[in-house]
Design a protein around this ligand. Sequence first.
Ligand code: PEP
Length: 257
Amino acid sequence: TPARKPLMAGNWKMNLNHLEAIAHVQKLAFALTEADFERVEVVVLPPFTDLRGVQTLVDADKLRIGYGAQDLSVHDSGAYTGEISGAMLAKLGCKYVLAGHSERRQYHGEDDETVNGKVKAALRHSITPIVCVGEGLPVRREGRHIAFTLDQVDGALKGLSADEAKKIVIAYEPVWAIGTGEVATPKDAQEVCGAIRERLAELYDDEVARTVRILYGGSVKANNIAGIIAQPDVDGGLVGGASLDPVEFVKICRLGE
Ligand code: PEP
């Protein structure tokens, strides 16, 4: 059984300019130890305009902090004004990219087909897509959260081979828990993350299901990460608001200890 190293990814959203980004990553680098990096993989997901600066710092100081982007185009180049391609992100050393974050789905009309295109675009450039899925409050209230989320998983992975599927990360982010302070219980997180892993076994095989890391996201804080990460099918966290505070994010990377 390949061990799934816990992944803590900080989604900065539209916060921190390129100068603030450098100061922030320096603080993380100062606080995190080699022992921390042995236990968890630490990744930051800054705005596009910060990536070059973060790359320069990470390379210069040989930091073990990984970085990636919050979005990418389904296309590799061309007449797509304002878009950023996977090729460009790969050239900047991005290891990860979010695909289908709920804020992209909500405010930018990204549907499952678009998300699927973004997942494939990331994989074409050897970038690990962190595929975000999760239900809103009305769906949760109707008790349809598992079926809804698994539909999004099916949509995002459409046409991927088992070898490709093994390379992705999935983040279960119930929309009602994002930026609301309303965290899912560890049991809620496990219920859906476990169902996602079962779906991977159905769509592919046990090896894919065992390999793919499944994160929980939604108001993760230092004081709630321990219970969440203790769940058997939760392999890390996608952290929004709390990742903007370096002291808090380091505590989260230490799994709340
Ligand atoms: C997110 O942006 O993916 C997220 C989970 O945000 P927050 O931690 O602020 O709820």
